[in-house]
Structures are given as structure tokens and as C-alpha cells.
Design a protein around this ligand. Structure first.
Ligand code: GDP
Ligand code: GDP
Length: 458
């Protein structure tokens, strides 16, 4: 399971600076979606060989009254759900009463916590950081988030013990770069066969009250439920195996519908972290949106996370019953305006309450999964790459034409296309986007993002 790292600290210590640095993805094509990156508090990060979810807990200011009253409820929940807490302080400002109050809270929660003294650039770091030892949370790590100094080391220190305990393997090559899986033809075939024989893990996500529980009940009412597990803790999603027309599924229920044991019968609170973990663990995400509410920032946030995670995606606009044509038109134009950029995902208009349109969801879910796991040979990928190059020449870089040589599959779910050639890393994003769309059209890839990776030379 993917680790969750929470950034905690009083305002102005550099949490959002660190957050932005951690979540800036390598893949500009994926990150560069309009309207998704502003003020985002949850992100995916890859650093020091680890993939993790990072949460900027924001507005914690333990200065005056009890810290409990001062902390936003969401911040507290994020700390509870985190696996590792980075407690950030400001080495220039020195230790404050707020720092002490936050430290006391963290000690009482018995959370794995690392104290970070930020902004050590241009000061005598060792003497400035000494006082933070008295927070009683162990070693103090020096960092300058704005410059990126100490950030990788910090993540390394913080995540390695957790990863070792959880059996998470660090993905680094000898040079410390992220390992990119590159399949040989035989490996690709084996991987594809493996994925095609596994149940489809389908996460049903959406903000509160969009109709997730209603939809899951409808699905489970109609289909044969094999068995389901009792969850480990209330923070986890519930995994429900089911089969439909010979195809095996595992529903990842983020709404907690099937939590039936008496002791656990508490009202489920919506949890962003639970949802993000479900996305990470899924093959296909079904994002449920409430037609009556329109498309909210939170919907876009969940969508952005899903795309960054490379998951296959189907969108259900729910509560399509009993609304008049004017509202329907408004929703559709809003979809065009705000979701036009994810033109690869199928959109269904459904009523979970009445069951209208629910059956057709499976077609798109299976189509998305099949697209995400379909094997394409090196020769086919190279041919499509060549065609895209013939139709529209790559630009000149430093007076030389970028030359694409060959392409092969680098992974599935999402499909990764690795392109080899000269000066390929210098291709402008517009050309990469053109190629991505070319691959999508030529290979009829529906319902999943495609990732392109570029390798210099043969
Ligand atoms: P937050 O309120 O904890 O999210 O803090 P911000 O990330 O907004 O940072 C507050 C201020 O500190 C901003 O002006 C940042 O530019 C600055 N800052 C953040 N990190 C560093 C650092 O490593 N060195 C210095 N000198 N300033 C920093
Ligand atoms: P969740 O929080 O996403 O699990 O949402 P619920 O499934 O609990 O639904 C929230 C409310 O929306 C409930 O009152 C449902 O009856 C209602 N609801 C769910 N689906 C539909 C639908 O398709 N049409 C209408 N009109 N109401 C719905």
C-alpha cells in the first residue's frame, strides 16, 4: 500500500513550498491539466525511489488556546490517517509556542514524526537548529525547501524505515533514477496475460452524497456477490469481489456501504486519503459526479489525482432522473467546458436510484481496462510512431531535427510507450501531446491515459 506523508506545522514555515516541490511530477503532460493544480492539498509524489501521497495539512496554529480547537478538523484527520508525519519548523524564526503545542499533540498521538527545520539557507544551520531538539521528537533534519536542499534526504530518512516494515521496494537504479520498467516482447506478453486474468479492481469514488452507496447497492443487488471481507480498520476501503457475465471484479467501496458488523456501524465520514489510496490500488476508477451539484473543485481534484496516477477512468454523472432539460443542458455544457480536456474517458448519465444506465457502465469499464492492458508489439508501436513523424515532422532543436527511431511498450495500466531517438528529451510539450493523441487514435485507446517516455539514443 502507498504511504501517506502529512506535512504539519504552523503557518509560514514552508509547508506549501515543500508540497509543491514534492508533487511537481516528472510528467509534464500529465500534470499540465487546467484548473487542477491550484491550492491542491493532496498530491502524489515520487522521490528517493518511493511513491507516496503527500498531504499539506494547512491551517494548523497551536498558538493560543488548546491545539485541538485550533486545528482544523481536516488537519487532525489527515494526521490520524498519515503513516509518517513531517513536522516542519522555521529555523530562521526559531522555536515558538505554537511549535511546542503542535509537538505535544503529535507526541500524544504516538505518530511516527520527523522534525524538519526549514529555511536553513544562508544561516548557521547547526546552531539555529539546536533548540528544536527540545521538542522531544528526536533528531532535527535540516532543509531548505525553497532551494530543494535536503528534501530527498529527508524523504529517504522518513520513508525508509516505514517502507522496510511494510515490504515496499524502493525503485531506484544505480544512478538513483526512478526505474522504468521496460518489457521485452516476452515479458510484455506475460504481463498482459497476467493482467487479463486478474479481477478488475474498480474503485468507486466521488465526493460525499453524490450517490456512491446507492450505486454500489444497486450493483450488488443485481449481481452475485461472492464474498466480502471485513475491513481492517475504519480508515480502509472495503473490497468486494463479484462476478458479472464471466468477468471477475473487485469493487473498492470507498463509501463503506458493506460495513455491517455492529461495532463498526458508525456513520462513515468521507475521507480524501481513503479515496486516494483506493485510486492508487485500482485498475479502473469510476468517478461519480452529482448532476444537481454540477462539477465542483473537489471533483476536479479527484480527477486530477486519478489521471496523475495513470488509472483508467469512467465518469458517471448521477441523479440524471427528475431534472429538467435546462439543467441537463447546463450540466453538459459545463462538462464540455471543464472536462473537455479528458476527451478519452467515457461519460455516462445514470440514475443509481432507479438503475437507469447502470448496466452500460460495465461496457465502458471493461473497454477502459482492456485498453489499459492491451499489448501492442514493438513493430506496431514503431510503425505508429513513424506515421506520426511522417504526418508532422518534429521540430528543429539547436538547428538539428529531432529524430525518433523506435518505440516499444514500457508497461501497462497505464500503457507506457517508450520512444528512443536523438534529442528526444528536447521535444516540446506540444509535440509530445500531438504524439500522444496520434497513438491514442491509431491504437483506439479509450478510457485510459497513455504515458510517453523518451530515451536518448538507441
Ligand atoms: P506554509 O504557510 O507553511 O505553507 O509556508 P509557505 O510554503 O507558504 O512558505 C512561507 C514563506 O517562506 C514563503 O515566502 C516561502 O517562499 C518561504 N520559504 C519556504 N521555504 C523556504 C526556504 O527553504 N528558505 C527560505 N529562505 N524561505 C523559504
Ligand atoms: P454517497 O455519500 O456518495 O454514498 O451518496 P448516497 O448513495 O448516500 O446518496 C446521497 C443521497 O442522494 C441519498 O439521499 C440518495 O438517495 C440520493 N441519490 C443517490 N443516487 C441518486 C439518484 O440517482 N437520483 C436521485 N434523485 N437521488 C439519488
Amino acid at each position: 500500500m502507498i504511504p501517506v506523508v502529512a506535512l504539519v506545522g504552523r503557518p509560514n514555515v514552508g509547508k506549501s513550498t515543500l508540497f509543491n516541490r514534492l508533487t511537481r511530477t516528472r510528467d509534464a503532460l500529465v500534470a499540465d491539466f487546467p484548473g487542477l493544480t491550484r491550492d491542491r492539498k493532496y498530491g502524489r509524489a515520487f522521490l528517493a525511489g518511493y511513491e507516496f501521497i503527500v498531504v499539506d495539512t494547512g491551517g494548523i496554529d497551536g498558538s493560543e488556546e488548546g491545539i485541538e480547537t485550533k486545528m482544523a478538523e481536516q488537519s487532525l484527520a489527515a494526521i490520524e490517517e498519515a503513516d509518517v508525519v513531517l513536522f516542519m519548523t522555521d529555523a530562521r524564526a526559531g522555536m515558538t509556542a505554537a511549535d511546542l503545542a503542535i509537538a505535544q499533540h503529535l507526541r500524544s498521538r504516538d505518530k511516527v514524526t520527523f522534525v524538519v527545520a526549514n529555511k536553513v539557507d544562508g544561516i548557521d544551520a547547526d546552531s539555529a537548529c539546536g533548540e528544536f531538539w527540545s521538542l522531544g521528537l528526536g533528531e532535527v533534519y535540516q532543509m531548505a525547501a525553497a532551494q530543494g536542499r535536503g528534501v530527498t534526504n529527508m524523504i529517504d530518512y522518513a520513508l525508509t524505515p516505514y517502507a522496510e516494515a511494510m515490504g515496499i521496494v524502493r525503485q531506484l537504479d544505480e544512478e538513483g533514477e526512478q526505474v522504468e520498467r521496460e518489457y521485452t516482447e516476452e515479458e510484455a506478453e506475460a504481463e498482459q496475460e497476467r493482467l487479463q486474468n486478474l479481477p478488475i479492481k474498480l474503485a468507486i469514488i466521488g465526493k460525499p452524497n453524490v450517490g456512491k452507496s446507492t450505486l454500489i447497492n444497486r450493483i450488488l443487488g443485481e449481481e452475485r456477490v461472492v464474498v466480502y471481507d471485513e475491513p481492517g480498520t475504519t480508515r480502509d476501503s472495503i473490497y468486494i469481489p463479484m462476478s458479472r457475465e464471466g468477468r471477475e471484479y473487485i469493487l473498492i467501496d470507498t463509501a463503506g456501504v458493506r460495513r455491517r458488523s455492529k461495532v463498526n456501524e458508525v456513520i462513515e465520514k468521507f475521507s480524501v486519503i481513503k479515496t486516494l489510496k483506493a485510486v492508487e490500488d485500482a485498475n479502473v476508477v469510476l468517478l461519480v459526479i452529482d448532476a444537481r451539484e454540477g462539477i465542483a473543485e473537489q471533483d476536479l481534484g479527484l480527477l486530477g489525482f486519478t489521471l496523475n496516477a495513470g488509472r483508467a477512468l469512467v465518469i458517471a454523472i448521477n441523479k440524471w432522473d427528475g431534472i429538467d432539460q435546462k439543467v441537463k443542458d447546463r450540466v453538459k455544457s459545463e462538462l464540455d467546458r471543464r472536462l473537455g480536456f479528458i476527451d478519452f474517458a467515457r461519460i455516462h448519465f445514470i440514475s443509481a436510484l432507479h438503475g437507469t444506465g447502470v448496466g452500460h457502465l460495465y461496457e465502458s469499464i471493461e473497454e477502459a481496462y482492456d485498453s489499459a492492458t492491451r499489448r501492442v508489439s514493438t513493430s506496431m508501436l514503431t510503425r505508429v510512431m513513424q506515421m506520426s513523424q511522417d504526418d508532422h515532422q518534429p521540430p528543429l532543436v539547436n538547428g538539428r531535427r529531432v529524430k525518433l527511431k523506435y518505440a516499444h511498450a514500457g508497461g501497462y495500466n497505464p500503457p507506457i510507450v517508450v520512444i528512443h531517438g536523438n534529442q528526444v528529451k528536447k521535444l516540446p510539450d506540444s509535440y509530445k501531446r500531438y504524439m500522444m493523441n496520434y497513438f491514442r487514435r491509431s491504437l483506439k485507446v479509450v478510457g485510459t491515459p497513455i504515458q510517453l517516455r523518451f530515451h536518448e539514443g538507441a
